[in-house]
Design a protein around this ligand. Structure first.
Ligand SMILES: Cc1cc2nc3c(=O)[nH]c(=O)nc-3n(C[C@H](O)[C@H](O)[C@H](O)COP(=O)(O)O)c2cc1C
Length: 229
């Protein structure tokens, strides 16, 4: 299987990538799979200019000649695409959003309505692709923090989507938090094994991955103790 990991954190030491790396380790533990990682921040990817030139030419490429065309080729070849990124202002970081916007060369102008959802037809058969979204965030767990992102990803990736939204992820880069982060990393590795076997995760597994490492009040207290004011 071809696994493409698209890392949307701008940081060299990404909290979210700690989780994603554990998940990938689990995916390849029992069987060999090809894994390719793309660090979006290192790429030259301009925003979409909205010309719809790709819909006129229909060759799966963007008319802007930058690194996005390589990413489009990798997306076409991948069986599983793992999107790993931090939550920024209730959505995804802007450099990653540019990658998502510029997936439109893979679709066509024509539309269809299925089960109450309207979507564009695709230029290639993308129906067998599977998508995993792993997103970390700095707040403790609260209703609404990930709502906008969840809706956006559901609309973008339809039914083959597995989404894991994890609160309190700055702890992943904090050595003193290891007694709490190590068990979570182990759960992600196990989840990677479950995913590669079934190409989905059970609801129970997702809940366990999204369970906060610390109660909200304790987490907020620790953050505030360490903040500058
Ligand atoms: C510009 C910016 C916006 C952010 N917005 C949110 C947010 O809306 N909600 C949240 O819980 N955390 C937010 N965070 C915190 C990050 O999601 C958090 O630090 C995360 O662990 C970073 O992951 P990374 O190391 O993989 O990049 C924001 C951070 C930055 C820099």
């Amino acid at each position: 299987m071809n696994i493409l990991v698209i890392n949307g954190s701008p940081k060299a030491n990404s909290d979210t990538m700690h989780l994603t790396n554990a998940f990938i380790k689990g995916m390849i533990e029992k069987e060999e799979h090809s894994v390719e990682k793309v660090n979006v921040i290192e790429k030259n990817i301009k925003p979409c200019v909205g010309c719809f030139g790709c819909w006129k030419i229909q060759n799966g490429k963007c008319l802007q000649n930058d690194d996005q065309n390589d990413i489009l080729e990798k997306v076409i070849k991948a069986d599983v695409i793992v999107w790993s990124f931090p939550l920024y202002c209730y959505g995804m970081p802007s450099h990653l959003k540019a990658v998502i916007d510029r997936l439109i060369p893979l679709s066509k102008m024509s539309m269809k309505e299925e089960n109450g959802v309207v979507a564009h037809d695709t230029l290639f058969d993308l129906s067998s692709k599977h998508y995993v979204v792993i997103s970390g965030c700095g707040f403790p767990n609260w209703d609404g923090n990930f709502d906008g992102l969840r809706l956006q990803c559901r609309n973008m990736f339809s039914n083959n989507l597995t989404m894991v939204c994890v609160p309190e992820t700055p702890m992943l880069s904090e050595p003193t938090a290891q007694p709490l982060t190590k068990p979570l990393l182990e759960k992600f590795a196990k989840a990677g094994q479950e995913y590669i076997e079934n190409l989905k995760l059970s609801e129970e597994t997702i809940i366990s991955l999204e369970t906060p490492m610390l109660p909200n009040d304790v987490y907020i207290q620790i953050v505030n103790q360490n903040s500058q004011g």
